[in-house]
Design a protein around this ligand. Structure first.
Ligand SMILES: Nc1nc2c(ncn2[C@@H]2O[C@H](COP(=O)(O)OP(=O)(O)OP(=O)(O)O)[C@@H](O)[C@H]2O)c(=O)[nH]1
Ligand SMILES: [Mg+2]
Length: 391
């Protein structure tokens, strides 16, 4: 599957940069193209210059709203981010239109954090503009939810997140949700290591995008997972995850030499990897709520057998009985077995519900605070009424 990727705001830009790295890796290691072009869009010039892999020119690092912000960001006011995106959307669409071999692109992926200002405000607006322009290509959002401590210390973060989620859900074909907090839980040593987190966010997409683009016969799957399968799976709230199991170093070279015990081990390893993928999903959710699901097994071809594929299919069916399940295999990885899982069309997402409700509380509290402040300021002005002014 080939994507046009664009990141909005600092977080979006950095993760798009990570996708640009994966795109280079796919070309170098596998000779295939998974991203037709990659952009970063920001109101902050300094953030744009900190990227590594996205083209350095102004047609890949796109500065918007410089008249309004002086190139210094919107300081968490996502309404301003959305206003700027409305004004400058043509600037972004014009460069995307010039993507070489744009016609080969299967879909768009627009990335942003929900808690900031620029990305949070602009991603849904840009998604809507692209949708109006290119009705035939699906557009997906990858939205990063704030760390827990940001939610508790800064009410505005929750408000931005809620308004961003509501707007994205109403325009994008699917919204991948990624909870920053999940990555801290996974490995405390990476707390504060944002590059590592970004790497982990983008990693599950790699084999998924490569599988359908593989040209070399020996790496082409027996059941190819192509863009059509992915597009048919992605609807509404979506999570993605992947797990891996390492394979024993020494293997019998002929299939016939392997006994049923070893085949049983293969299946067990596959189940382990799928378990990990489910427990490491980008957002905590209940697989029972999923209406569409997909899994991809990537392993050396001799590790892939019908028993394994069937066992994982049965397992997935138990986890997500309401879902229409698609699958594929990708005979690529060396020395390990990877399982990538997507759960989509989630009918309920606890995290989203909690953010909506926290945001409504925040709104009424901040309105009350505002009214109290106005009353106090008026009292202060009244106290100075009889004093002369110097003007
Ligand atoms: N995973 C991840 N999260 C990030 C990154 N940078 C910022 N965040 C998160 O994104 C939120 C802040 O949004 P930013 O992307 O910095 O904001 P922005 O879109 O640039 O908007 P303004 O700076 O307000 O103009 C917070 O929740 C951060 O924890 C990143 O590189 N990776
Ligand atoms: Mg910023």
């Amino acid at each position: 599957m080939k994507l046009v990727v664009a990141g909005f705001g600092q977080c979006g830009g950095r993760i798009a940069d990570e996708f640009a790295r994966l795109s280079k890796k796919a070309k170098r290691q596998r000779g295939i193209e998974i991203i037709t072009n990659c952009y970063a869009v920001n109101t902050d010039a300094a953030d744009l210059s900190g990227l590594k892999y996205i083209g350095k020119d102004y047609q890949h690092r796109i500065l918007i709203g410089s008249r309004k912000t002086g190139g210094h960001g919107v300081g968490k006011i996502n309404e301003l981010g959305s206003e700027i995106a409305k004004e400058d959307s043509d600037k972004v669409i014009d460069v995307i239109r010039q993507t070489k071999r744009f016609f080969e692109t299967d879909a768009f992926l627009f990335i942003a954090s929900a808690g900031g200002g620029t990305g949070s405000g602009s991603v849904s607006v840009m998604t809507q503009h692209i949708k109006e322009r290119y009705a035939d290509k699906p557009i997906y959002n990858l939205i990063i939810l704030p760390f827990e401590h940001e939610e508790t210390t800064e009410g505005r973060t929750v408000y931005n997140t809620a308004t961003c989620l509501k707007s994205c859900y109403s325009v994008a074909d699917a919204v991948f949700l990624v909870d920053n907090q999940r990555f801290v839980r996974k490995d405390t040593s990476i707390k504060g290591n944002i590059d590592k987190i970004n790497e982990m966010i983008a990693a599950p997409f790699y084999n998924m995008l490569c599988a359908g683009e593989e040209k070399k016969a020996k790496y082409v799957a027996s059941k190819v997972l192509d863009a059509g399968d992915i597009i048919q799976t992605l609807v509404g709230w979506t999570t993605i995850g992947y797990g891996r199991a390492s394979l024993p170093m020494i293997r019998f070279s002929r299939e016939g030499d392997r006994n049923f015990m070893e085949k049983g081990q293969d299946t067990l390893r596959g189940i382990q990897a799928m378990d990990e993928a489910i427990s490491e999903l980008s957002l905590k959710c209940n697989p029972l709520d999923s209406r569409r699901a997909l899994y991809l097994i990537s392993a050396p071809s001799k590790e892939m057998n019908m028993d394994l594929v069937k066992a994982l299919g049965d397992y997935m069916r138990d986890l997500a009985p309401e879902a229409l399940i698609r699958n594929g295999d990708y005979p690529r990885e060396r020395g390990q077995l990877d399982v990538t899982v997507i759960l989509s069309e989630l009918s309920d997402v606890e995290k989203v519900r909690s953010i909506y409700s926290k945001s409504i509380t925040y709104m009424s509290e901040s309105q009350k605070r505002q009214e109290e402040t106005e009353i106090k300021l008026k009292e202060l002005i009244d106290a100075s009424e009889t004093l002369p002014s110097l003007f």
